[in-house]
Design a binder for this molecule. Structure first.
Ligand code: SF4
Length: 421
């Protein structure tokens, strides 16, 4: 039998060692999410099944659950790519959650919803949503920045260097009430992703730290996702280290808290969509550069934290990026497509011809044949996981083929590798 021993590090549970039967957990997941969909609204069916699974999971540690289900999804996905997925595996893949839900149970943000994340990524769906509901006026922000020489989008001419852009003041504001949240002991510790709708900046890092410490103290696990700034990441790592040492001193004798116990419940996932700075300059104009992000990976790893990389969205061929950063990644590497295509309507600008060319390059990068090539090239890397956007591409190809096959009565091919879109 396959067992995994987990130390649950909440201060009140620090003495508990939970034993999880991995085989039983896998069976529970598959017997719930792998069931036939039958008729009805697929979205609702999946929602019901997820709620059912949550009940069945009981007090299984959420980090363990994520690791197990992610492994099952990866295996099922490769079977799908090979044309060998079972009905149960297809149902499991159909139930993969969207966006941040694929990574965590819950999320926490501290940005005012009438301001905008200071990285101002061109593909940001969050800004797009806020803009849509009139909480921010993207066109005004873009105009001000363009006029000040940053030339974000919609204008020809020489752009500011990324170093100069870093010093520009963007309308980013912390929601202080939300940032001062009181964290009570939960019925069940969760895996929280923080933040999801903005990034971590020198102006909000102290709020992030105080919330992370509170959340860890009551037993939650934290996934910190960022286009990281070295100054901020160093501060967070040092704060958790200090917390670990302090708690070990205070509670070590009584509860056996060791230095490093809280650290085990923190993962840093840094977004690195490309190793080509010119590509990052266009898509993520105010985010830290590639070199700084790699420095952050090194720092977090050297300080003993679990490190992970998100290539969602990947902005150039992922293989060379992974080759360059792999040694600094102790955990997972996630690959996914851009969720929102930049639109002239959202920014209220007319894209220049060079901007259109860059957007077209992404469309070419995301063509089925290319995605297929990328999956084939990277599938032997055990750290690589695929976001729902990539899984959907293959599910769509399969469904299309199956429908065509049903009407034409052709034999279903055993591989999807030749399925052009
Ligand atoms: S870092 Fe995330 S939230 Fe901030 S602008 Fe970029 S995509 Fe949006």
């Amino acid at each position: 039998m396959n067992h995994l021993y987990i130390l649950n590090q909440g201060i009140n549970d620090i003495y508990m060692s939970l034993v999880v039967d991995i085989d039983a957990l896998k069976k529970t997941i598959m017997s719930t999410l792998g069931k036939s969909m039958g008729g009805g609204n697929k979205k609702n069916i999946v929602k019901r099944r997820r709620a059912e699974l949550k009940e069945k999971l009981g007090d299984v540690d959420r980090n363990t659950y994520r690791r197990v289900i992610n492994g099952m999804i990866r295996d099922a996905f490769y079977h799908l790519v090979d044309g060998k997925a079972t009905g149960e595996e297809i149902n499991l893949l159909e139930s993969v959650e969207f966006g941040t839900k694929q990574w965590s149970d819950d999320s926490f943000n501290i940005m005012k919803t009438n301001s905008t994340c200071g990285n101002l990524c061109i593909y940001c769906y969050v800004s797009g949503i806020y803009n849509h509901y009139g909480r921010i006026q993207l066109k005004d922000i873009i105009k001000q920045l363009n006029d000040a020489g940053a030339k974000i989008i919609g204008v020809e001419g020489e752009r500011m260097t990324s170093a100069d852009r870093q010093s520009m003041l963007l309308p980013f504001e912390t929601d202080e009430e939300r940032a001062s949240k009181y964290w009570g002991k939960p019925k069940m510790p969760k895996l929280f992703m923080i933040p999801t709708a903005h990034d971590i900046f020198p102006s909000n890092v102290d709020y992030i730290i105080s919330n992370v410490k509170d959340m860890l103290t009551i037993g939650h696990s934290i996934l910190i996702v960022s286009k990281p700034r070295l100054e901020c990441i160093r501060k967070i790592c040092e704060a958790i280290d200090e917390m670990d040492a302090t708690y070990a001193n205070q509670w070590g004798d009584e509860y056996g808290v060791q230095p490093g116990d809280y650290k085990k419940n923190v993962t840093f996932r840094f977004t690195i969509g490309s190793n080509d700075q010119t590509i990052l300059d266009f898509w993520e104009p105010f985010a830290p550069g590639y070199a700084e992000r790699v420095e952050c990976l090194k720092l977090a790893m050297e300080m003993g934290y679990e490190t992970s990389v998100s290539m969602e969205p990947f902005l150039s061929d992922p293989a060379p990026v992974i080759e360059a950063i792999d040694q600094w990644v102790s955990g997972e590497i996630w690959i996914g497509e851009m969720n929102a295509k930049p639109s002239e309507k959202v920014f209220d600008v007319e894209f220049t011809s060079s901007e259109r060319a860059k957007i077209d390059e992404i469309a070419t990068l995301y063509q089925f044949d290319n995605i297929n090539r990328i999956v084939t090239e990277l599938r032997s890397n055990q750290k690589v996981n695929w976001k729902e956007s990539i899984i959907k591409v293959f599910l769509k190809a399969r469904n299309k083929r199956t429908r065509k096959n049903r009407s034409s009565r052709e034999v279903v091919p055993t591989t999807l590798l030749d399925y052009g879109e």
